[in-house]
Write a protein that binds this ligand. Sequence first.
Ligand code: NAD
Length: 282
Amino acid sequence: MNIEQVGVVGAGQMGNGIAQVFAAAGFQVILCDVSAEALNRGMDTIRSSLARLEQKQKMSAAETGSTLARISTAESLDALSNVQLAVEAATESEILKDQILRDLDRVCPPRAILATNTSSISITRIAAATKRPEQVIGMHFMNPVPLMSLVEVIRALQTRDETYQQVEALCRTLGKVPVEVKDGPGFVANRILMPMINEAIYARFEGLADADGIDTVMKLGMNHPMGPLALADLIGLDTCLAVMEVLHRGFGDSKYRPCPLLRQMVDAGYLGRKSGRGFYEY
Ligand code: NAD
């Protein structure tokens, strides 16, 4: 099956980035969100990201113009009735994702591939919510999507080889580097990254150092390009908490217990960059 039209569900920081890279690679993209405001914000983010790429001469004015022209928006999944691929990138909640996948299964053509950008939730369970589990797969892009080359490609237990191979080839068409990963809580990226971020939050919770001190230790001491608390703010603290909860439940091991400070900050609406306040102010 030739993929020409792609639906992206969720226009938040991941969804708009995913829409941008597909459109830049020549695909027609329909970006869907339940919130008109999120769609407007998402399109604004794409426009400024493309303008930056043009300024840095990584794309010509003609390319940024045609990339934008390939993206349309919709507030209903019904707009995805002709896509060959849908990539779900809505809020990290299993109930929500199951519902979206069921809706996509109903709306999208029978041969379409349904991918999810979940950070941690079982692809096998998400696939089981549909009537086409062999065409469901995880496509875990990294943030910010236009700049980060990795895509974890996660096979559900049910994923057919052909689906995997098509998605792997597609990642290369997007200029990304795919890594094949088996389904398991947090996959590889967040199995390793999120406990480190959670531990950094414990260090802050226990007052071992201030946020800048903790981040400086990891940047200068471990040569990380960004400290774990700044990275948590970039990812979104709600997403970090959701991933820790998946790891905690999935392994039943107390070492994955989300730090109480993380939970409290999410309760307070301090979600990081996207809300203007997290471990830092924006
Ligand atoms: P976000 O909060 O920026 O955006 C989520 C968007 O989903 C919002 O615009 C919201 O309106 C929309 N949404 C909610 N319900 C919807 C529905 N029923 N239909 C359509 N849209 C709906 O979140 P994000 O950071 O973009 O994360 C999205 C997904 O990507 C999550 O599964 C997350 O775990 C994953 N992810 C996030 C990162 C990261 O660094 N933030 C990295 C990789 C993967």
